[in-house]
Design a protein around this ligand. Structure first.
Ligand code: HMG
Ligand code: MG
Length: 310
């Protein structure tokens, strides 16, 4: 007998948070100039992107590629038509937050992990210490009316510890939400997750954080990101982090490749009739621009298929 499962309802609109200029470029060994980063941001905006993570106020010794954060913030002010575009930036501590505020940021992001080992490697402190560090950031953000996103890394596996319990992910997500983060982005930092694991994790987190405040941030190392995203859309997640041309990775997550490519996500969402406001052809052009700068082809099946047909 064939069992017919209850039909899941997909969202009608998905918010895309573009990671290319930050997560995408943070791991590149070759220098990428501020001008090229700003041109990429401009092209992503031209494609209709409204949430573009622009840079990170982290130590330039830890992540040299983000050392031009002040110049990026200055450059954003020279771009046209930015009124309805958000440019979140990473701020691991109060010093980072103050830099972001001086630069004119309206949205910042703090980042924690569901794995103790990754927390130590990435931000040099324990999970509990990181939450303490974020408290003054949250207070300052509230005082200045700045939105704060919260990331949880290693939600579907850790490069050092392997399996991570969904309960641990939920605990850290809840801590960030309780601190005042308006959106919790759940990072499969090393892309090892599979759809049923992704659903189990989301179901556990959603016990504590409403599903419409959750985002999926899946790296595509094992080619599972689209399947995992679809599984999470079925549960009602409607915010997706992705990176144009699939660029990126975390310097402190050995072996991790880029976020799922924005082009692949948009192609899938278009096929599902889910609105994003993003023009896939212009997005492909933005992906070609940055891929040419990096001297390689876009890491996106959809982008390469569209380019072949042109
Ligand atoms: P620390 O060494 O523990 O802190 O670093 P510290 O306070 O002792 O400072 C050390 C040095 O950094 C000092 O400089 C400080 O001045 C400087 P020195 O005396 O050595 O010359 N410093 C700073 N410089 C610039 N901006 C700041 C700042 N704070 C201190 N805000 C710290 C702690 C967090 C700063 C460091 O560990 C760090 O910068 N880590 C960055 C890690 C990072 O950016 N990782 C990648 C992003 S996370 C990610 O990709 C995952 C995500 O995509 C989700 C997912 O995929 O899972 C979000
Ligand atoms: Mg990431």
């Amino acid at each position: 007998m064939v069992m017919v499962s209850q039909e899941n309802i997909l969202p009608t609109h998905v918010k895309i948070v573009e990671m290319g200029p930050r997560d995408g470029l943070q791991n590149e060994k070759q220098p990428v100039s501020t001008e090229v980063k700003l041109e990429l941001i401009k092209r992503l905006m031209d494609a209709g992107e409204k949430h573009i993570e622009a840079t990170a106020f982290v130590s330039p010794k830890w992540v040299p590629q983000m050392a031009d954060h002040n110049e990026i913030m200055q450059g954003l002010k020279t771009l046209d038509n930015t009124d309805d575009v958000m440019f979140p930036v990473l701020t691991p501590n109060l010093r980072g937050f103050e830099g972001a505020l001086t630069g004119g940021a309206k949205e910042v992001a703090v980042f924690a992990a569901a794995s103790e080992s990754f927390s130590q490697k990435n931000i040099n402190c324990s999970i509990a210490e990181s939450i303490e560090r974020f408290k003054p950031v949250m207070d300052a953000a509230k005082e200045n009316n700045i939105l704060v996103r919260g990331y949880v890394s290693c939600v579907l596996g850790c490069p050092f510890e392997g399996h991570i319990a969904p309960e641990k992910v939920a605990e850290v997500a809840k801590a960030l939400y309780d601190l005042g983060c308006y959106e919790i982005s759940l990072g499969d930092t090393i892309g090892t997750g599979t759809p049923s694991k992704a659903q189990a994790m989301i179901k556990e987190v959603a016990k504590y954080v409403p599903i419409n405040h959750l985002a999926c941030h899946f790296h595509d190392t094992y080619g599972q990101a689209l399947a995992n995203l679809y599984a999470c859309l079925e549960l009602g997640v409607s915010t997706i982090d992705s990176s144009v041309a699939g660029i990126g990775g975390c310097p402190y997550a050995p072996g991790a490749t880029g976020n799922v490519a924005t082009e692949d996500v948009i192609y899938m969402l278009n096929g599902l009739g889910i609105e994003t406001g993003i023009d896939i052809n212009k997005l492909v052009d933005a992906g070609v621009f940055i891929s040419n700068e990096l001297g390689r082809k876009p890491v996106s099946n959809a982008a390469n298929a569209i380019l072949t047909k042109r």
